[in-house]
Design a protein around this ligand. Sequence first.
Ligand code: P6P
Length: 340
Amino acid sequence: MTDTHIVTIDRHIIDEERRKPEASGAFSNILTDMALAAKVISRQVNMAGLVDILGRAGHRNVQGEPVQKLDVFAQDVIYRAMDHTGHLCCMVSEEVEDFIPIPDKFPAGSYVLLFDPLDGSSNIDVNVSIGTIFSIQRKVSDQERGSLDDCLQPGRRQLAAGYVVYGSSTMLVYSTGAGVHGFTLDPSIGEFILSHEDIRIPRSPTRYYSVNEAYYSRWNRGTQRLLDHLKGTDGSADGGGFSARYIGSLVADFHRTLLRGGLFMYPSDPKQPEGKLRLLYEASPLAFLAEQAGGRASSGEENILDIQPEALHQRTPLFIGSGELVDLAEHYLAGPTDDG
Ligand code: P6P
Protein backbone atom coordinates (compact mmCIF):
# COMPACT_ATOMS: atom_id res chain seq x y z
CA MET A 1 0.00 0.00 0.00
CA THR A 2 1.64 3.28 -1.07
CA ASP A 3 1.88 5.71 1.80
CA THR A 4 -0.28 8.66 0.85
CA HIS A 5 0.44 10.48 4.11
CA ILE A 6 3.30 12.68 2.93
CA VAL A 7 4.22 15.96 4.59
CA THR A 8 5.80 18.43 2.20
CA ILE A 9 8.00 21.20 3.52
CA ASP A 10 5.37 23.77 2.47
CA ARG A 11 2.75 22.04 4.60
CA HIS A 12 5.19 21.70 7.52
CA ILE A 13 6.03 25.42 7.33
CA ILE A 14 2.33 26.32 7.38
CA ASP A 15 1.75 24.00 10.36
CA GLU A 16 4.65 25.66 12.18
CA GLU A 17 3.21 29.10 11.37
CA ARG A 18 -0.19 28.14 12.78
CA ARG A 19 1.50 27.49 16.12
CA LYS A 20 2.40 31.20 16.26
CA PRO A 21 -0.78 33.33 16.41
CA GLU A 22 1.24 36.48 15.80
CA ALA A 23 2.79 35.05 12.61
CA SER A 24 2.12 37.16 9.53
CA GLY A 25 2.98 34.55 6.94
CA ALA A 26 5.88 36.63 5.61
CA PHE A 27 8.33 34.58 7.60
CA SER A 28 6.88 31.33 6.26
CA ASN A 29 7.14 32.63 2.72
CA ILE A 30 10.87 33.22 3.16
CA LEU A 31 11.32 29.56 4.11
CA THR A 32 9.19 28.43 1.17
CA ASP A 33 11.19 30.65 -1.18
CA MET A 34 14.44 29.19 0.19
CA ALA A 35 13.10 25.67 -0.49
CA LEU A 36 12.41 26.67 -4.09
CA ALA A 37 15.92 28.09 -4.47
CA ALA A 38 17.30 24.85 -3.02
CA LYS A 39 15.51 22.79 -5.69
CA VAL A 40 16.96 24.94 -8.47
CA ILE A 41 20.49 24.78 -7.02
CA SER A 42 20.15 21.03 -6.45
CA ARG A 43 19.29 20.46 -10.10
CA GLN A 44 22.34 22.44 -11.20
CA VAL A 45 24.69 20.79 -8.68
CA ASN A 46 23.53 17.35 -9.77
CA MET A 47 24.09 18.26 -13.41
CA ALA A 48 27.49 19.82 -12.70
CA GLY A 49 29.36 16.92 -14.25
CA LEU A 50 27.26 17.17 -17.40
CA VAL A 51 27.04 20.88 -17.97
CA ASP A 52 29.95 23.24 -18.47
CA ILE A 53 29.69 24.86 -15.04
CA LEU A 54 32.60 23.16 -13.38
CA GLY A 55 35.83 24.91 -12.79
CA ARG A 56 36.54 28.41 -11.73
CA ALA A 57 34.43 31.34 -12.79
CA GLY A 58 37.62 33.29 -13.40
CA HIS A 59 37.36 35.74 -10.53
CA ARG A 60 37.72 35.76 -6.76
CA ASN A 61 35.02 36.38 -4.10
CA VAL A 62 35.20 38.83 -1.21
CA GLN A 63 37.21 36.22 0.70
CA GLY A 64 39.85 36.31 -2.03
CA GLU A 65 39.03 32.69 -2.93
CA PRO A 66 38.71 31.49 -6.52
CA VAL A 67 34.98 31.45 -7.30
CA GLN A 68 33.51 28.35 -8.85
CA LYS A 69 30.75 28.88 -11.38
CA LEU A 70 28.23 27.06 -9.16
CA ASP A 71 28.96 29.57 -6.40
CA VAL A 72 27.90 32.36 -8.71
CA PHE A 73 24.84 30.44 -9.82
CA ALA A 74 23.71 29.66 -6.27
CA GLN A 75 24.19 33.27 -5.22
CA ASP A 76 22.06 34.50 -8.12
CA VAL A 77 19.33 31.92 -7.55
CA ILE A 78 18.88 32.80 -3.88
CA TYR A 79 19.06 36.54 -4.52
CA ARG A 80 16.46 36.40 -7.30
CA ALA A 81 14.17 34.16 -5.23
CA MET A 82 14.19 36.76 -2.44
CA ASP A 83 14.73 40.27 -3.84
CA HIS A 84 11.17 41.01 -5.00
CA THR A 85 9.01 39.31 -2.32
CA GLY A 86 8.67 42.26 0.04
CA HIS A 87 9.61 40.13 3.06
CA LEU A 88 13.24 41.19 3.43
CA CYS A 89 14.86 44.55 4.14
CA CYS A 90 18.33 43.30 3.18
CA MET A 91 20.52 40.25 2.78
CA VAL A 92 24.06 39.17 3.72
CA SER A 93 25.90 36.71 1.49
CA GLU A 94 29.36 35.16 1.78
CA GLU A 95 29.85 36.16 -1.84
CA VAL A 96 29.20 39.89 -1.34
CA GLU A 97 31.37 42.25 0.72
CA ASP A 98 28.67 44.63 1.98
CA PHE A 99 25.09 43.87 3.02
CA ILE A 100 22.66 43.80 0.08
CA PRO A 101 19.72 46.24 0.40
CA ILE A 102 16.47 45.30 -1.33
CA PRO A 103 16.32 47.37 -4.58
CA ASP A 104 14.10 50.46 -4.49
CA LYS A 105 11.91 49.01 -7.25
CA PHE A 106 10.75 46.29 -4.84
CA PRO A 107 8.92 46.62 -1.48
CA ALA A 108 11.04 46.04 1.64
CA GLY A 109 10.05 43.90 4.62
CA SER A 110 10.89 43.13 8.23
CA TYR A 111 13.41 40.29 7.95
CA VAL A 112 17.08 39.81 7.15
CA LEU A 113 18.37 36.75 5.28
CA LEU A 114 22.01 35.80 5.87
CA PHE A 115 23.40 32.97 3.79
CA ASP A 116 26.34 31.07 2.40
CA PRO A 117 25.03 30.16 -1.04
CA LEU A 118 27.32 27.22 -1.65
CA ASP A 119 29.74 26.21 1.09
CA GLY A 120 32.48 23.72 0.37
CA SER A 121 32.72 24.79 -3.24
CA SER A 122 36.31 23.53 -3.45
CA ASN A 123 34.71 20.05 -3.34
CA ILE A 124 32.43 20.60 -6.34
CA ASP A 125 34.84 19.21 -8.93
CA VAL A 126 35.43 16.00 -6.97
CA ASN A 127 31.75 15.24 -6.36
CA VAL A 128 31.85 15.65 -2.59
CA SER A 129 28.67 16.83 -0.84
CA ILE A 130 28.34 20.62 -0.56
CA GLY A 131 25.73 22.83 1.02
CA THR A 132 23.79 26.06 1.44
CA ILE A 133 23.45 27.58 4.92
CA PHE A 134 20.90 30.24 5.89
CA SER A 135 19.80 32.30 8.88
CA ILE A 136 16.80 34.60 9.36
CA GLN A 137 16.80 37.60 11.72
CA ARG A 138 14.16 40.24 12.36
CA LYS A 139 14.94 43.83 11.35
CA VAL A 140 15.76 45.94 14.43
CA SER A 141 16.59 49.33 12.90
CA ASP A 142 14.29 52.00 11.50
CA GLN A 143 16.07 51.78 8.13
CA GLU A 144 13.51 50.63 5.57
CA ARG A 145 16.11 48.78 3.48
CA GLY A 146 18.27 47.54 6.30
CA SER A 147 21.44 48.57 8.05
CA LEU A 148 24.51 46.93 9.56
CA ASP A 149 22.70 46.86 12.92
CA ASP A 150 20.05 44.59 11.37
CA CYS A 151 22.77 42.22 10.14
CA LEU A 152 25.12 42.21 13.15
CA GLN A 153 22.80 40.47 15.63
CA PRO A 154 23.76 37.67 18.03
CA GLY A 155 22.74 34.20 16.92
CA ARG A 156 20.51 33.89 19.98
CA ARG A 157 18.04 36.25 18.23
CA GLN A 158 17.66 34.11 15.09
CA LEU A 159 14.05 33.37 14.13
CA ALA A 160 15.05 30.42 11.96
CA ALA A 161 18.08 28.70 10.50
CA GLY A 162 18.75 25.83 8.18
CA TYR A 163 20.91 24.23 5.56
CA VAL A 164 20.62 22.27 2.35
CA VAL A 165 23.03 19.40 1.80
CA TYR A 166 23.53 18.39 -1.84
CA GLY A 167 24.69 14.81 -1.42
CA SER A 168 23.56 11.31 -2.38
CA SER A 169 20.17 12.92 -1.87
CA THR A 170 19.31 16.58 -1.40
CA MET A 171 18.06 17.38 2.09
CA LEU A 172 16.80 20.60 3.61
CA VAL A 173 17.07 20.77 7.41
CA TYR A 174 15.56 23.73 9.29
CA SER A 175 14.29 24.97 12.62
CA THR A 176 12.06 27.89 13.60
CA GLY A 177 12.74 27.26 17.28
CA ALA A 178 10.39 24.27 17.63
CA GLY A 179 12.86 21.45 17.01
CA VAL A 180 14.90 20.48 13.94
CA HIS A 181 13.23 18.82 10.98
CA GLY A 182 14.71 17.26 7.84
CA PHE A 183 13.17 16.99 4.39
CA THR A 184 14.43 14.87 1.52
CA LEU A 185 13.91 16.05 -2.05
CA ASP A 186 11.92 13.62 -4.18
CA PRO A 187 13.00 14.65 -7.68
CA SER A 188 10.18 12.64 -9.25
CA ILE A 189 7.62 15.07 -7.80
CA GLY A 190 9.90 18.03 -7.10
CA GLU A 191 8.95 18.18 -3.44
CA PHE A 192 10.88 18.17 -0.17
CA ILE A 193 9.21 15.43 1.91
CA LEU A 194 9.47 15.19 5.71
CA SER A 195 11.94 12.36 6.36
CA HIS A 196 13.60 13.27 9.69
CA GLU A 197 11.10 14.73 12.19
CA ASP A 198 12.42 16.30 15.41
CA ILE A 199 16.10 15.42 14.94
CA ARG A 200 18.00 15.02 18.24
CA ILE A 201 21.80 14.91 18.40
CA PRO A 202 22.73 11.56 20.03
CA ARG A 203 24.38 11.97 23.41
CA SER A 204 27.58 10.21 24.49
CA PRO A 205 28.81 7.63 24.04
CA THR A 206 28.96 8.82 20.46
CA ARG A 207 31.36 7.63 17.83
CA TYR A 208 32.85 10.48 15.89
CA TYR A 209 35.20 13.39 16.17
CA SER A 210 35.72 15.51 13.08
CA VAL A 211 38.68 17.86 12.51
CA ASN A 212 41.49 18.43 10.02
CA GLU A 213 44.33 16.85 12.02
CA ALA A 214 46.92 18.09 9.52
CA TYR A 215 46.93 21.32 11.54
CA TYR A 216 47.71 19.59 14.88
CA SER A 217 51.21 21.03 15.12
CA ARG A 218 49.83 24.57 14.73
CA TRP A 219 47.22 24.31 17.51
CA ASN A 220 47.73 25.59 21.05
CA ARG A 221 48.39 23.00 23.77
CA GLY A 222 44.79 22.99 24.98
CA THR A 223 43.51 22.00 21.54
CA GLN A 224 46.28 19.41 21.16
CA ARG A 225 45.38 17.93 24.56
CA LEU A 226 41.73 17.70 23.51
CA LEU A 227 42.73 15.70 20.40
CA ASP A 228 45.08 13.50 22.42
CA HIS A 229 42.19 12.70 24.74
CA LEU A 230 39.75 11.93 21.92
CA LYS A 231 42.38 9.68 20.32
CA GLY A 232 43.15 7.95 23.62
CA THR A 233 46.85 8.85 23.43
CA ASP A 234 46.94 10.98 26.59
CA GLY A 235 46.92 7.97 28.90
CA SER A 236 43.61 8.95 30.52
CA ALA A 237 41.29 6.07 31.46
CA ASP A 238 38.24 7.67 29.81
CA GLY A 239 39.90 8.76 26.56
CA GLY A 240 39.67 7.24 23.11
CA GLY A 241 36.91 5.06 21.71
CA PHE A 242 36.11 7.38 18.79
CA SER A 243 36.28 7.10 15.02
CA ALA A 244 37.59 10.03 12.98
CA ARG A 245 35.47 11.40 10.17
CA TYR A 246 36.37 14.53 8.19
CA ILE A 247 34.82 15.34 4.81
CA GLY A 248 36.19 18.88 4.57
CA SER A 249 32.75 20.22 3.66
CA LEU A 250 31.13 21.96 6.63
CA VAL A 251 27.50 21.16 5.85
CA ALA A 252 28.26 17.47 5.21
CA ASP A 253 30.36 17.20 8.40
CA PHE A 254 27.68 18.98 10.44
CA HIS A 255 24.86 16.91 8.94
CA ARG A 256 26.60 13.70 10.03
CA THR A 257 27.25 15.17 13.48
CA LEU A 258 23.57 16.16 13.82
CA LEU A 259 22.36 12.66 12.93
CA ARG A 260 25.10 10.48 14.47
CA GLY A 261 26.42 12.69 17.25
CA GLY A 262 30.02 13.50 18.09
CA LEU A 263 32.10 16.66 17.86
CA PHE A 264 32.98 18.72 14.80
CA MET A 265 35.67 21.32 15.29
CA TYR A 266 37.54 23.93 13.35
CA PRO A 267 39.95 25.43 15.91
CA SER A 268 41.94 28.61 15.55
CA ASP A 269 45.67 28.47 14.88
CA PRO A 270 48.42 31.09 14.34
CA LYS A 271 47.68 31.14 10.60
CA GLN A 272 43.93 31.49 11.24
CA PRO A 273 43.77 33.26 14.65
CA GLU A 274 39.96 33.63 14.45
CA GLY A 275 39.49 30.21 12.85
CA LYS A 276 38.34 29.78 9.24
CA LEU A 277 34.57 29.51 9.45
CA ARG A 278 32.28 32.53 9.29
CA LEU A 279 30.12 33.52 12.27
CA LEU A 280 27.01 35.10 10.75
CA TYR A 281 26.11 32.63 7.99
CA GLU A 282 27.97 29.45 8.98
CA ALA A 283 28.64 28.98 12.72
CA SER A 284 25.61 30.89 14.01
CA PRO A 285 22.85 29.10 12.01
CA LEU A 286 24.44 25.70 12.67
CA ALA A 287 24.72 26.58 16.37
CA PHE A 288 20.98 27.42 16.42
CA LEU A 289 20.22 24.02 14.90
CA ALA A 290 22.60 22.17 17.22
CA GLU A 291 20.98 23.76 20.29
CA GLN A 292 17.47 23.04 18.96
CA ALA A 293 18.54 19.40 18.54
CA GLY A 294 19.80 19.12 22.13
CA GLY A 295 23.48 19.83 21.47
CA ARG A 296 25.39 23.09 21.43
CA ALA A 297 28.19 25.10 19.82
CA SER A 298 31.09 27.08 21.23
CA SER A 299 34.00 29.18 20.01
CA GLY A 300 36.00 27.32 22.64
CA GLU A 301 35.49 30.22 25.02
CA GLU A 302 31.81 31.18 24.70
CA ASN A 303 28.53 29.93 23.24
CA ILE A 304 28.44 30.81 19.53
CA LEU A 305 24.89 32.14 19.91
CA ASP A 306 26.00 34.71 22.48
CA ILE A 307 28.74 36.32 20.38
CA GLN A 308 27.98 39.93 19.45
CA PRO A 309 29.09 40.18 15.79
CA GLU A 310 31.35 43.12 14.89
CA ALA A 311 31.72 42.56 11.13
CA LEU A 312 29.72 40.79 8.40
CA HIS A 313 32.41 38.29 7.44
CA GLN A 314 34.08 37.80 10.78
CA ARG A 315 35.40 34.33 11.53
CA THR A 316 35.16 32.20 14.66
CA PRO A 317 36.68 28.97 15.95
CA LEU A 318 33.90 26.35 16.10
CA PHE A 319 33.30 23.34 18.35
CA ILE A 320 29.81 21.93 17.69
CA GLY A 321 27.83 18.75 18.34
CA SER A 322 26.93 16.63 21.36
CA GLY A 323 26.74 18.93 24.38
CA GLU A 324 29.05 16.97 26.66
CA LEU A 325 31.77 16.89 23.98
CA VAL A 326 31.51 20.65 23.47
CA ASP A 327 31.83 20.97 27.26
CA LEU A 328 34.94 18.76 27.07
CA ALA A 329 36.41 20.99 24.35
CA GLU A 330 35.87 24.11 26.49
CA HIS A 331 37.44 22.32 29.46
CA TYR A 332 40.64 21.50 27.55
CA LEU A 333 40.83 24.91 25.87
CA ALA A 334 40.54 26.60 29.27
CA GLY A 335 43.44 24.53 30.55
CA PRO A 336 47.18 25.36 30.37
CA THR A 337 48.16 26.28 26.81
CA ASP A 338 51.90 25.79 27.33
CA ASP A 339 53.67 22.54 28.14
CA GLY A 340 53.09 23.13 31.87
P1 P6P B 1 40.17 22.77 5.57
C1 P6P B 1 35.29 24.35 2.68
O1 P6P B 1 36.27 25.05 1.91
C2 P6P B 1 35.23 25.01 4.05
O2 P6P B 1 34.92 26.35 3.94
C3 P6P B 1 34.21 24.28 4.92
O3 P6P B 1 33.13 23.80 4.19
C4 P6P B 1 35.03 23.18 5.54
O4 P6P B 1 34.55 22.78 6.81
C5 P6P B 1 36.42 23.83 5.67
O5 P6P B 1 36.48 24.85 4.67
C6 P6P B 1 37.53 22.85 5.40
O6 P6P B 1 38.74 23.56 5.64
O7 P6P B 1 41.17 23.81 6.10
O8 P6P B 1 40.06 21.57 6.49
O9 P6P B 1 40.38 22.40 4.13
